[in-house]
Design a protein around this ligand. Structure first.
Ligand code: RM4
Ligand code: MN
Ligand code: MN
Length: 424
């Protein structure tokens, strides 16, 4: 299913008057509105191929209707999102869930839908049907060399798929760790993992990066072999200049100061990028910005500050991806909400008066620093984000468009009510 540009025009002209009023007001309050709009137009967030279906917990999965049944349909879904918000122009593939059967066809479809191939993701956290050896006790950390070898080969195969598609990065998230004290020799587990990562690193093309993702807990509940940003950074530093630490918002212990982590990783030139989601308790994978929008803003504040200090291109130098699952919402609506929350936080971070904040910090004026951040956070920039979408050819209000034009009903007609997407 494709969205007719004419429908978008219609929607935008229906909303134009109201939008103009809001936009004029926002613009009157914001000194650098045009510069912010341009940055928003350039900014894109990748959608992972596993986020288009309904997610589940370990108790149950309540599938939605009209879910994409194959990679092509997943790409079409992302194409719909991108047509509406102009900020979802990339797909991140998870192997082996979404192995392309024909690279040429997939690449052509990506071109038609105006999508790029973001980082490739390997999967050694599950056993596949035809797999020789089990990852029950870990993959790269495993005490059994043959299992480690199988995991290394899998990662190299993922790189190969990525090369065919034009991706430039591999994301490695390991579920390796232990559930009970004494189960694992931490040092040996670390060294085995490092050895494996070295072999994977050696298989990277010269213009590729590897993103080392960390997670504090789950599925292992006593230790995780890449459990926090310090451990990930150790690996990244030992591996070399193509290795970076990837921050997934849901992978920290409660109350972790993620904005500080981000600031230091950028300072060390080791931040790979982000997996966006939100959470109340753990790796809840909820809609971005739904629980802690102020934290998201503070993170973007450090991102913008750090990227500018390092002269990085906001849109292209780091990897931006949503990593969420949707148990009770329509995945496409959820993703539209997530992208909107990201754009809003990014816009607000661009609005922070850096000179004044810097001044307040230098003078230990704690009150002024808080005023600057909170006044910015409370400034309503939704009309600015909508204006950026409008100028880029998207819809002023993507969710209203999606509902009014009955996109899900159309997808159900095409694909049926009982389709289940691959993934978790
Ligand atoms: C993990 C992690 C990875 C993602 C899988 C599906 O918790 O966040 O990035 O690939 O989930
Ligand atoms: Mn992740
Ligand atoms: Mn996760």
């Amino acid at each position: 299913m494709r969205i007719d540009q004419e429908q978008i025009h219609q929607h935008n002209s229906d909303m134009q008057k109201l939008h103009q009023k809001r936009f004029d007001f926002a613009k009157s309050e914001i000194p650098n509105a045009e510069a912010i709009i341009q940055k928003l137009i350039d900014f894109n967030v990748a959608i992972p191929s596993w986020a288009l279906g309904t997610g589940g917990t370990r108790f149950a999965r309540f599938s939605g209707a009209g879910e994409p049944g194959n990679l092509e349909q997943k790409m079409e879904d992302i194409g719909l999102l991108h047509a509406l918000n102009n900020s979802s122009g990339a797909i991140s593939l998870h192997i082996p869930w979404d192995i392309p059967s024909d690279y040429g066809v997939i690449k052509q479809l990506a071109t038609d839908l105006n999508l790029k191939f973001d980082a490739m993701n390997s999967n050694t956290f599950q056993d596949q049907k035809d797999q020789a050896l089990s990852y029950k006790f870990g993959s790269l950390q495993n005490t059994n060399k043959a299992i480690r070898k199988q995991a290394i080969e899998h990662n190299i195969e993922v790189i190969q798929h990525g090369i065919e598609l034009g991706s430039k990065a591999l994301t490695v998230w390991l579920s390796d760790g232990s559930c009970f004290p004494g189960q694992l020799n931490f040092r040996k587990a670390f060294q085995n993992t490092l050895e494996g990562l070295h072999e994977i690193y050696a298989a990277l093309p010269s213009d590729w990066k590897v993103f080392v993702e960390y997670k504090a807990f789950e599925p292992n509940f006593y230790s995780m072999t890449i459990g926090d940003w310090g451990q990930s950074l150790l690996y990244a530093n030992k591996l070399g200049p193509k290795a970076f630490t990837l921050v997934d918002l849901g992978h920290h212990l409660p109350n972790a100061n993620i904005e500080q982590i981000v600031a230091l990783l950028i300072m060390e030139e080791k931040l790979a990028g982000f997996h966006f989601n939100d959470s109340k308790y753990g790796d809840d994978d909820l809609t971005v910005g739904s629980i802690k929008p102020y934290q998201l803003f503070l993170i973007f504040n450090e991102l913008v500050e750090g990227m500018d200090a390092r002269g990085l291109n906001h849109a292209t130098d780091l990897g931006w991806m949503i990593d969420a699952s949707h148990n009770v919402k329509d995945p496409l609506e959820d993703l539209l909400q997530s992208v909107e929350a990201i754009m809003l936080s990014y816009a607000q971070a661009l609005l922070v008066d850096r000179a004044s904040l810097n001044n307040a910090q230098e003078n230990n004026d704690v009150v002024a620093a808080q005023e600057i951040l909170q006044n910015t956070f409370r400034t309503d920039l939704r009309a600015l984000v909508a204006e950026a979408r409008l100028r880029a050819g998207g819809a002023l209000d993507p969710i209203t468009f999606y509902r009014n034009n009955k996109i899900r009903t159309g997808l159900i007609k095409e694909r049926g009510a009982k389709t289940v997407a691959t993934g978790l």
